[in-house]
Design a protein around this ligand. Structure first.
Ligand code: NAD
Length: 269
């Protein structure tokens, strides 16, 4: 038996014995669905620095001083999310819900857990598919098909001689103003408060869980990165799934789409 097999057996036992499982996912969970992580080599932040493209003030400044670059950023960031489908790891988590009490806490904004069929999902950084006013009032929910339409329109606009007016038209479903003020995707940008009530629910779930399963997060984004400490504070064991995993009581070095189905099948779910 190699080391991964030994760790898998141990992790499977923890899953079997757990009553309240929290699965905490990050960008790595969606990598095999075709959505690149932002920090890994070749990630979004290399081409589009976060201070210009991931804060509200930075985005406003970029949109007003370099509108074409703003539109290019949106088309680049949205395209993989618009094309993504849940992989086998997502489906394994849906199966797990049928056997145990499972709460999914995700930093991702791509809606893939819900699309796979998971129902107890807290999106602590919000969702790209939910459009709200800046005060958080719900405006509408986009389908992934609508998102694909927006991306296609943005790409066509960028290739045309009338790039800016056409881009503005394409963006109206995503960003604009109505009688209630400016609306935009309900995603948490750097420096903004966590999405509520998702964050409060996530904290409560982690404080009560008896197993934390972490998948595909570098643990560099705060306060999300404090959740494992909350679990550890009351003695919940931690399983980590990540090709670069270093921390956790059980460390499964591998990818979400391969390890999750193996682990959950070993655990008998
Ligand atoms: P991160 O980019 O900081 O770290 C990604 C982690 O995933 C790394 O530790 C990496 O080793 C691991 N990883 C890479 N491929 C993997 C795979 N196939 N299976 C399992 N693990 C894999 O991601 P983060 O910690 O989630 O922080 C990024 C922030 O950016 C988050 O707040 C998130 O909201 C946002 N983001 C979201 C998406 C999305 O919605 N899909 C994508 C990129 C970034």
């Amino acid at each position: 038996m190699n080391q991964l097999d030994t760790w898998l057996q141990r992790a499977a036992e923890l899953v079997r014995n757990a009553q309240e499982i929290v699965v905490f996912t990050g960008a790595g969970m969606s990598a095999e669905s075709g959505i690149p992580t932002f920090r890994d080599a070749g990630g979004l932040w290399e081409e589009f620095p976060p201070e210009q493209f991931a804060t509200f003030a930075g985005l406003l400044r970029t949109a007003s001083t370099r509108p074409r670059e703003f539109v290019r950023f949106l088309a680049t960031a949205l395209a993989p999310i618009a094309a993504a489908e849940p992989h086998a790891g997502y489906r394994a988590l849906v199966q797990l819900e049928k056997h145990s009490s499972v709460t999914i806490v995700t930093q991702n904004i791509d809606g893939l857990h819900q699309e796979a069929g998971s129902w107890q999902v807290h999106e602590i950084h919000g969702s790209l598919l939910e459009i709200t006013t800046r005060k958080g009032q719900f405006v509408k929910r986009l389908t992934r098909k609508e998102l694909r339409g927006i991306v296609a329109a943005l790409q066509t606009a960028l290739d045309s001689s009338l790039a800016l007016p056409r881009s503005l038209l394409a963006l109206r479903k995503l960003i604009g103003a109505n009688v209630r003020g400016i609306y935009r995707p309900n995603v948490v940008l750097f420096g903004e408060a966590m999405a509520e009530p998702a964050w409060s629910h996530a904290l409560a779930a982690v404080r009560e869980c008896d197993l934390l399963l972490i998948v595909g997060t570098s643990g560099e984004v705060w306060p999300a990165a404090s959740l494992p400490q909350e679990a550890r504070a009351h003695g919940a064991p931690i399983i980590t799934i990540d090709p670069d995993a270093a921390r956790g009581d059980v460390v499964l070095r591998g990818t979400a789409a391969t390890i999750l189905p193996r682990l959950l099948s070993l655990a008998g779910v």
